[in-house]
Design a protein around this ligand. Structure first.
Ligand code: UD1
Length: 370
């Protein structure tokens, strides 16, 4: 079987690494790894390949940054000849970034089958580019591999036949489980015993000067109560410079983007994580670390119903109140969602290599999808 994997942005790498590994153990599987180059800085890409022990990409499309249209279109133009030349049995796409939908669209037009890893997640907020990427990718994919049961339900509601959907679990958690022991040795030695960890990169938080200023002021407020470590995404750093943001509180430490293992170790030992990322909501849930999400919604509701995640949106009063509550020790410990067990990638390999043994679950009762 001939499989092409497409990755492009930082959050794709940890989702794809264990799938490559699992398929690598199956007989008669040939794999080709394509990196679109959506993320290209060494600290946003190369270091992840090294730490995740991923093979170097076989093909680099080197698309770089641009508007959504430029980036999506350039990936499509450069990926199409790859598909035509390699004639894969399956193309695997990951998550919800522009590279995901661009590669899926190419395949749907040339009649090559697409499997979407992390299918079915919905924020129901179509102002987010990622939501458009998710909905479109799922509409054209041939195999929809969901990380949680809410994903199955969303897909069925959107009219996707049950026969295409497989609940396999979360491949990002496979990576976490495999690499947590290595992360322990790489936690920076000078970290204090109690600290908060922050990440911010969503356009709604960082592209608007008023929103970003208010967030920076709130981080300065928090840093007077607990030391705050903030690895800054390139987009956010650019905006901070452009808007001349005040970030000079002594307890607020700005860091460059942090490699996977160091960041994982820092998450594991944090008292509190503040984020607008999707994946970090899941990692904190697995680790049992309280997470406050600086977004109005989440496409990962299981992290709020079963896990440690609380959505605070743009309500900075709520953010302060919830932070104080967590720092006083008052937070829900949560539980680990079903099939976040380290074996999701094996199940994906089974779905592709032994499809007869991996049939979908029975149709849900009509009342539950109304
Ligand atoms: C992208 C994804 C987002 C994901 C995030 C993780 C889309 C629509 N968005 O957002 O879902 O959560 O990745 O990081 O696909 N830049 C660099 N170096 C890099 C990459 C980016 O300097 O290696 C800068 C550029 O100025 C670029 C900006 O960051 O224009 C934004 O990068 P882009 O990939 O367009 O979107 P992200 O905000 O990273």
């Amino acid at each position: 079987m001939n499989i092409v994997h497409v990755v492009g942005a930082r959050p794709n790498f940890m989702k794809a690494a264990p799938v490559l590994k699992a398929l690598g153990t199956r007989p008669n599987v040939r794999q080709t790894l394509v990196h679109t180059g959506q993320h290209y800085d060494a600290e946003m890409s190369e270091v992840f390949f090294d730490q995740l022990k991923m093979p170097k990409p076989d093909i680099s499309l080197a698309v770089g940054s641009g508007t959504h249209a430029e980036q999506t279109a350039t990936i499509m133009v450069r990926f199409e000849p790859v598909v035509l030349e390699h004639k894969p049995d399956w193309v695997l796409v990951y998550g919800d970034v522009n590279s995901t939908v661009a590669a899926a669209l190419v395949c749907s037009k040339v009649g090559v089958k697409v499997a979407h890893v992390e299918s079915g997640l919905r924020s129901f907020d179509r102002s987010m580019p990622e939501e458009i990427n998710r909905v479109l990718t799922d509409q054209i994919a041939d195999l929809l591999l969901t990380p949680s049961k809410d994903g199955d339900l969303n897909l069925v509601r959107e009219g996707i036949p049950r026969s295409k959907i497989r609940f396999v679990g979360n491949t990002m958690i496979d990576t976490l489980i495999q690499l947590l022991p290595s992360a322990a040795n790489l936690v920076p030695k000078d970290l204090p015993s109690r600290y908060a960890l922050v990440t911010l990169h969503r356009p709604s938080n960082v592209d608007d000067p008023i929103a970003l200023r208010e967030l920076c002021e709130t981080l300065a407020w928090l840093s007077m109560r607990i030391e705050v470590f903030f690895p800054v995404h390139p987009r956010t750093r650019r905006r901070m410079q452009e808007f001349n943001m005040p970030v000079d509180s002594p307890g607020l430490h700005l860091l460059p983007p942090t490699p996977y293992l160091q960041f994982l170790g820092m998450q594991q030992h944090a008292c509190l994580v503040l984020t607008d990322s999707g994946g970090i909501q899941e990692e904190t849930t697995y680790l049992g670390v309280p997470c406050l999400t600086l977004r109005e919604n989440t496409e990962r509701p299981i992290t709020t119903t079963m896990g440690t995640n609380v959505i605070v949106g743009r309500d900075l009063g709520l953010l302060r109140a919830e932070s104080l509550r967590v720092l006083s020790g008052d937070f829900r410990r949560g539980t680990i969602p079903p099939l976040w067990d380290g074996h999701a990638s094996e199940r994906i390999a089974d779905c592709l290599c032994n499809p007869a043994e991996h049939q979908p679950a029975p149709e849900p009762a009509a009342s539950s999808v109304a």
